[in-house]
Ligand binder design. Structure first.
Ligand code: JFZ
Length: 438
C-alpha cells in the first residue's frame, strides 16, 4: 500500500470557505426530540429499545419547515449548517436502503436530509452532515460500556459475543456512501466520535476516507474518526493519517490560545457549543446563554483563529424553540452591522502591527484592517495598544461608518505606541454589547 501523501495545497484550497465563513449552525434533530430529554436518553436512562421504538412509530414533525430553519440561520449571519443525519440512536434522517429505521418510514415520511440540503442551499448557506459512527440500534454494534447504551433488558445482557463488528462497519460505510452519493455536493462531513480504542482503523477509517474523497473530492471533515476529547489529532502532530480530518473540534471549550501544530503553524478548529445545556431538544432546559455572551464567544473564536458552530435542537414538531430563534435574531442584528469583523477575519497576531488584547475587549483582523471590539466604556479616549498613530490610515465605527478621530490629548511622547480613539467627551458606546472600531 502507498503511504498517505498529505497535500497541503489541496488542503488549503478546500479549507478556504470554511476559514472565511467562521460561523455555522449545528442542528440536532431526531426521534429523541419527542421525549424531549436530550439525545443521549437511551443511554443515560438505560432505556431498552422497545421503550424507544414508539417514538419512531409516532415521529411526525408536521411543522418542520427547513426553509424556516435556513432563514433563521441566515438572519443570524451563519454561513454553514450541519444536520445530524444519524445520531448515536441509529435513527436515519435520510432515505437509506440499509435499514427501515429512517424518517421516510415514519408517519412523517420525508427525507429530512434532502429537505435540509435543498433549503439551506437555496439560502446560499454551505451544507454539512453530522454522522455518528456510534450506533445503539444496529445489532452488531457493541452495546456495553459507558459510552454505549447499557440496556438492562437486552436478551443477551452483559455480552457482545454474538455481535460481528465488521458487519456493522459494512453497514456504516454503506450509509456514508449513500450520503456522499445521493445528495449532490456536500461541503462538510462531521463524524462523531472515537473513544477508548474505538478509533481510526477500528472504523476502517482509511478505507472510509478514501471512499469519501473519491465521492466528494472537496468535502472537509472534522477529526473525530481519530480523536475526541484527548489531543488534537495527527494533523496537529504534523504526521497526518489518511483520516486526519481537516479541523479540530474542541467541544464546549474555546482553546485558551488558539491551536497550533507541533511546528507552530495555526490549526483550523471549530468550537461547538449549545445555546442551553443540551444538543437535542430538552423541554425543561431553559438555561439559555444570553445573545451578548454568544456574540462575545464568536468574536473570541475568530480572534483566536477558530470557527464557532452554535447548536439548535428543534422540538418534536420540527420547530426551532422560540427562545433559540430570539437569540439567533439578536445575534443577527449585531452581525448585520458588524459581520465584516467576523468573515474573512482571524487573529491580530501575524499582522503588520504588534497589538495586544485590550482590557476592554478583543481584536480581530482581516489583512491590514484591525477590528477593535469594545465591550466596555472608557472614561475618555480609548487606548489602542500597539498602534502608533502614524500607522492609522482611517478609523470608523463599523456599525454605521461614522468616522472616529484620534484623540489629541494623549498622543504625545508619553505613549509612542498607543493611539487613542476619541469617542466623545463622556463616551457611551453606541452598541453596549460590542462596538467595533475598524
Ligand atoms: C458528541 C455527542 O455524543 C453529542 O450527543 C453531540 O452530538 C456532540 C456534538 O458530540 O459528544 C461528545 C463528543 C466528544 C466529546 C465530548 C462530547 N469530547 O471529545 O470531549
Amino acid at each position: 500500500m502507498l503511504a498517505y501523501q498529505f497535500d497541503r495545497e489541496r488542503y488549503n484550497r478546500r479549507m478556504k470557505w470554511y476559514l472565511h465563513d467562521r460561523f455555522g449552525m449545528f442542528i440536532h434533530f431526531g426521534i429523541y426530540s419527542i421525549p424531549a430529554r436530550g439525545e443521549w436518553l437511551r443511554s443515560t436512562e438505560e432505556m431498552p429499545e422497545e421503550l424507544y421504538l414508539p417514538y419512531f412509530e409516532e415521529f411526525n414533525p408536521y411543522a418542520l419547515d427547513a426553509r424556516a430553519w435556513a432563514r433563521a440561520a441566515k438572519r443570524a449571519g451563519m454561513r454553514y449548517a450541519v444536520l445530524t443525519s444519524k445520531h448515536h440512536d441509529g435513527f436515519c434522517l435520510f432515505d437509506t436502503k440499509t435499514t427501515d429505521f429512517k424518517s421516510t418510514n415514519t408517519p412523517y415520511g420525508r427525507d429530512i436530509v434532502a429537505d435540509f440540503l435543498d433549503a439551506f442551499r437555496a439560502e446560499g448557506i454551505r451544507v454539512g452532515l453530522y454522522y455518528s459512527v456510534i450506533d445503539w440500534h444496529h445489532p452488531d454494534f457493541p452495546q456495553y460500556g459507558d459510552r454505549q447504551a447499557p440496556l438492562r433488558n437486552d436478551p443477551v445482557a452483559g455480552s457482545n459475543e454474538h455481535r460481528v463488528f465488521d458487519r456493522y462497519l459494512d453497514y456504516m460505510h454503506e450509509q456514508v456512501r449513500e450520503i456522499c452519493t445521493n445528495y449532490g455536493k456536500l461541503d462538510l462531513l462531521w463524524f462523531d466520535f472515537s473513544y477508548d480504542d474505538m478509533r481510526g482503523e477500528k472504523w476502517r477509517a482509511t478505507e472510509l476516507m478514501n471512499m469519501v474523497r473519491e465521492l466528494q473530492p472537496d468535502v472537509i471533515t472534522n477529526n473525530r474518526l481519530e480523536v475526541s476529547g484527548e489531543g488534537f489529532g495527527s494533523l496537529a502532530q504534523c504526521d497526518p493519517t489518511p483520516y486526519h480530518g481537516d479541523f479540530v473540534t474542541p467541544e464546549r471549550i474555546i482553546p485558551p490560545n488558539g491551536l497550533f501544530d507541533v511546528e507552530g503553524n495555526p490549526l483550523a478548529w471549530e468550537a461547538c457549543i449549545t445555546m442551553n445545556d443540551n444538543w437535542g431538544y430538552f423541554s425543561h432546559d431553559t438555561n439559555f446563554k444570553p445573545a451578548p455572551m454568544l456574540i462575545h464567544k464568536l468574536v473570541e473564536c475568530v480572534s483566536k483563529g477558530g470557527n464557532l458552530i452554535l447548536n439548535v435542537g428543534p422540538d418534536a414538531t420540527g420547530r426551532i424553540p422560540d427562545q433559540s430563534l430570539a437569540i439567533l435574531d439578536e445575534i443577527g442584528r449585531w452581525m448585520e452591522r458588524n459581520s465584516a469583523s467576523i468573515y474573512g477575519c482571524g487573529p491580530a497576531a501575524g499582522g503588520p502591527l504588534e497589538v495586544e488584547r485590550p482590557e476592554y475587549g478583543r481584536i480581530t483582523r482581516n489583512g491590514d484592517t484591525y477590528y477593535f471590539h469594545l465591550y466596555e466604556n472608557a472614561l475618555g479616549p480609548m487606548p489602542l495598544l500597539g498602534v502608533p498613530k502614524e500607522r492609522i490610515a482611517s478609523m470608523r465605527l463599523l456599525r454605521d461608518g461614522t468616522e472616529v478621530q484620534l484623540s489629541n490629548s494623549w498622543t504625545h511622547s508619553d505613549y509612542p505606541n498607543i493611539a487613542f480613539a476619541d469617542l466623545g467627551p463622556s463616551p457611551v458606546l453606541p452598541d453596549p454589547v460590542d462596538t467595533v472600531l475598524a
